[in-house]
Design a protein around this ligand. Structure first.
Ligand SMILES: [Mg+2]
Length: 299
């Protein structure tokens, strides 16, 4: 009997996971809460499997990522999304290769302007103090700003200047609390953690449910509130938890957010234990394996 090719069963796809983790206070235990003594070891073991592609997604630049991997004995990732989403690197044998295709995507927002040309738009604004050269790159202008400055007026002046020259930029404001100073990044509009993760997923030909993101703080919120399966580690601050829940309600994505608690695992849900708890929750293909390795997660 001749069989219709359409009825051929599709070959089973091997379970795969693109595990995208923020660094500070997500896989790096540099917050106030305690880390379980076995958490990083289990996390590293889990990430060593060939089916798991580990990606660090961070505000840090390349050198600071390498330093954290060394200082905290973290597993080496296969990709790193650094500088708040403005750079994507493929890492092979600890060699970092810039993903030029991502540069090509985000540079459209700069409308042909160089870093220097955009910086020149703001040179007369005395409230802006450029950050160190290591914190600048082709697609990232970073400034220190006093917390006493009228933030709304400053941002609106800058937004007007970039608009006048056809540049589409995000102005990202954050606070360095220990140093008591404002941080202002001017980035291409599409150079965010969320866009960078989705770009990498598509480049690798993966489906959205083959991705898990983990984060803890404000600059992770766009991903935590998106349709990408995401886990908020248990050590996150209460206001971030509330903001993430609000965002998922607004976006209709509440099923894509998991709040780690430590209740579903043999660990406390903080840092990398929370990341693994999220994997247990979202990815049945890896749940059984994590149960067998002692990281139980009854759902
Ligand atoms: Mg963080």
């Amino acid at each position: 009997m001749r069989r219709c090719p359409m009825s051929e069963p599709k070959p089973m796809r091997e379970p795969q996971l693109l595990l995208c983790a923020d660094m500070d206070r997500t896989v790096i235990p540099n917050g106030a809460q305690s880390e379980h003594s076995q958490a990083r070891k289990q996390f590293a073991e889990f990430c060593s499997q060939p089916q798991v592609t580990l990606v660090y997604v961070t505000g840090r630049h390349q050198q600071l990522v390498k330093q954290a991997i060394k200082n905290y004995s973290l597993p080496w990732p296969r990709y790193a999304i650094t500088d708040v989403g403005t750079k994507i690197y493929r890492i092979v044998d600890q060699q970092w290769q810039l993903l030029q295709a991502w540069e090509n995507v985000i540079e459209k927002d700069w409308n042909g302007k160089s870093h220097g040309q955009i910086k020149a738009l703001f040179d007369d604004i005395s409230d802006l103090q450029p950050q160190e050269s290591g914190k600048q790159n082709t697609h990232k202008l970073s400034y220190y700003v006093s917390l006493h400055v009228k933030q709304a007026d400053l941002l609106s002046l800058m937004a007007q200047r970039v608009k006048e020259v056809g540049v589409q930029a995000s102005l990202v404001w954050s606070v360095d609390e220990p140093k008591d100073i404002g941080l202002l990044d001017v980035l291409p509009e599409n150079a965010t953690k969320l866009h960078a993760i989705d770009f990498l997923r598509q480049q690798l030909g993966l489906l959205r449910d083959e991705v898990v993101f983990a984060g803890d703080s404000g600059n992770d919120l766009p991903v935590l509130g998106s349709a990408i399966p995401s886990v908020l580690v248990a050590n996150a601050a209460e206001d971030v938890r509330e903001s993430a829940l609000r965002l998922t309600q607004r976006n209709g994505t509440h099923q894509a957010l998991y709040l780690a608690t430590g209740n579903n695992a043999h660990m406390n849900g903080n840092y990398s234990a929370g990341v693994l708890e999220g994997v247990c929750y979202f990815v049945p293909a890896f749940r059984e394996q994590l149960k067998q390795s002692g990281f139980c997660c009854e759902q």
